[in-house]
Design a protein around this ligand. Structure first.
Ligand code: CA
Length: 240
């Protein structure tokens, strides 16, 4: 098995050095960054399998890094290194698509356990989980809800949290004509700053990852003047 590459983004030097040493001793390939800006740059350029991400960072905070990873590059798993008592952070972390979190101070043993679980999930080998739980195929694409990924034609793309929720909603309402406002209410909620345009933007992103020809979608179909209709099997012009 290929050695997993891990990016450590942590500004506390002693902790970062300790982590890097421990990870190398465990056989991981390690990249490191002491601020959020550099961390994001490395994440996007090197696409490591896993990012260990501190939240309070100079130049760009961990949430912003996580959001950018999920929106732009997306494949890497992220474990947030959170300060003790910041329960709020945990919620935010998952909202932005963190795969797991550990609370400081943590033991390397605990961290390695979490890392192995996340990396296994990433490879679709979640222990004890039946293969069909959390994974479905849509046309020629495989969606993994636990790993936030879509795989099509051998290429894997990550899914942002809201893209995943939107897809789940579409699946649950397959075949129904769905008004954009209804989708917006269900996925984003009335209180949020979303608009029907937010729905359209996320549909575009999903189509690019899901459809063979995003300009001629066969699964997320436009219903003119209303919204969308989802077909898991695919409709319209056949795949050529
Ligand atoms: Ca910090």
């Amino acid at each position: 098995m290929k050695r997993a590459r891990v990016l450590v983004v942590e500004d506390e030097e002693a902790l970062r050095i300790a982590l890097v040493d421990a990870l190398r001793a465990e056989g991981y390939e390690v990249l490191e960054a002491a601020d959020g800006e550099r961390g994001l740059e490395l994440a996007l350029r090197e696409a490591p399998e896993l990012v260990l991400l501190d939240l309070m960072l100079p130049r760009r905070d961990g949430f912003s890094v996580l959001r950018a990873i999920r929106e732009d590059r997306l494949q890497s798993a992220v474990i947030v290194l959170s300060a003790r008592g910041e329960e709020w952070d945990r919620i935010q972390g998952f909202e932005f698509g963190a795969d797991d979190y550990v609370v400081k101070p943590f033991s390397t043993r605990e961290l390695f356990g979490r890392m192995r679980a996340v990396l296994q999930r990433l490879e679709g080998r979640a222990p004890g989980l039946p293969a069909d739980v959390g994974k479905i195929s849509i046309g020629g694409a495989q969606v993994d809800f636990a790993a936030y990924t879509i795989e099509r034609d051998g290429a894997r793309a990550g899914l942002a949290r809201k893209e995943l929720e939107l897809l789940r909603y579409l699946l649950e309402h397959e075949g129904q004509v769905l008004d954009r406002m209804r989708i917006q209410d269900a996925v984003w909620g009335r209180e949020s700053e979303s608009t029907p345009r937010t729905v359209d933007m996320h549909v575009l992103k999903l189509r690019r990852k899901l459809e063979c020809e995003p300009e001629r979608p066969r699964h997320i179909l436009t219903v003119h003047g209303v919204g969308y209709r989802f077909s898991r099997g695919g409709e319209g012009p056949p795949k050529s």
